[in-house]
Design a protein around this ligand. Sequence first.
Ligand code: DLL
Length: 432
Amino acid sequence: MIWNESMECMSRDQMHDLQSRRLRNMVERVYHNVEFYRKKMQALGLEPGDIKTIEDLVKLPFTTKQDLRDNYPFGLFAVPKSEIVRFHASSGTTGKPTVVAYSRKDINIFAEVVTRALCCSGVTRNDIVQVAFGYGLFTGGLGLHYGAEKLGAAVVPISGGNTAKQITLLQDFGSTVLVCTPSYAAYLAESIAEAGIDPQELPLRVGVFGAEPWSYEMKKKIEDGLKIKAYDIYGLSEIIGPGVSNNCDCQDGLHIAEDHFVPEIIDPITLNQLDPGVTGELVFTTITKEAMPLLRYRTRDLSSLDYSPCECGRTNVRMAKIFGRSDDMLIIRGVNVFPSQVESVLLEIPEAKPHYMLIVDRKGTMDTLEIQVEIDEKFFSDEMSQLNNIRNKIKDKVESVLGISVIISLVEHKTIKRSEGKAQRVIDRRKI
Ligand code: DLL
């Protein structure tokens, strides 16, 4: 079902007009209400009246995560504090968290876009949705919660972790939809198998997974392990949270709620806009948000845009699945390596489980990449030669894809810490 046909299926011309109108209003608002943007625009010699259509986006200044940090906690708000009804924050690995705020209208938009995303994933009001994203400052739990409620589905607000209870509720409540990170879904699939439960017997039918990059091979492992169809949900706190975009049944990219968030792809070096189909950094401008609207927010996520019609009937632009962020990219002996590339290769190998860790180090002047891989117990053997065969097979495949030599360490079942939220897959020990 398409939740909001008028917004998800309008002609490209209508969308252009709607976005342009909303952009004009939004620029006017931030210019008058957010000192940070007024100063930035003045520095560029820009006045709100210079922004007439969506093509004028390129004139506007970018916003970065650093800008949010510099204005911590409330410096970018465009409404008085009395208008704010909720905060979220993303933890960030260093320093203070990034704070985001929502007005009542923003909260309604948040629920609306998550409802659309769930409908895109084939969820209906007859479903029972087990929300295994963390509830709290993270946008995942509450975001999916209100979206599923708005749809009219029944929500099981279990939050992340507590795996034994997750399984009990999957069985006893008969949840039909699971939403969580893909790494946690893989862990749940493993735990269900270990408990001797046949996933075929569970009513679970759909998984809506996101908040971290995951490969197609990971998707297949989860679909096989849980006997479900998996969909990709994307979003980021700065823009709203989950629901910025989602796979439809065609699973060829993720439809963006572009009546609220206007995407661009830029070259991260020259900052020039790139054409549809070309991969670069994804940038969003919020055109309806009240409390903390952002102009041209640089996500660091790498993607491309596809404006061609989709068979599902939605006309909203599709973004390509995100396989990594520019800051996830490891440079090892001068070669660019994305953790998701390694994941794709590993998971094509039947003996490998979807649990791995990349350890980057430097010996002398030489970077090293060790990949720890868990091996399916049924292949674990006391025979050295058999383990060596598996190790060599993995090493050959990974090296041929990455183009650098790697050290493969086969580790025993459960050696690698299981993730209940966003997985940490890289330890970089280089002191650069
Ligand atoms: O992760 C919001 C979210 C919650 C999205 C639940 C989907 C589901 P942040 O914590 O601010 O917000 O992290 C945002 O996570 O810039 C991407 O790098 C990454 N990310 C989010 N969804 C996906 C996805 C939430 N489907 C950052 N695929 C983003 C790949 C994703 N990466």
